[in-house]
Design a protein. Structure first.
Length: 58
């Protein structure tokens, strides 16, 4: 299935905190479903979002 987005402008990007929250919720659901590897990958992505967020200076 191909999604056609022609003619519609892209929506605003979610903030890093919103994106992280969504990734954590998905990780919880994956863990409940028995998909441990997927849950761990989602946790890694959430951590990466927070580490590489805009304005992040170390």
């Amino acid at each position: 299935m191909k999604l056609d987005h022609s003619g519609s402008p892209p929506g605003p990007s979610p903030s890093p905190l919103i994106l992280c929250d969504r990734l954590l919720r998905l990780a919880e659901e994956a863990e409940r479903a028995g998909c441990t590897v997927t849950a761990e990958h989602l946790l890694f992505l959430a951590h990466t979002v927070l580490e590489e967020g805009p304005g992040r200076q170390d």
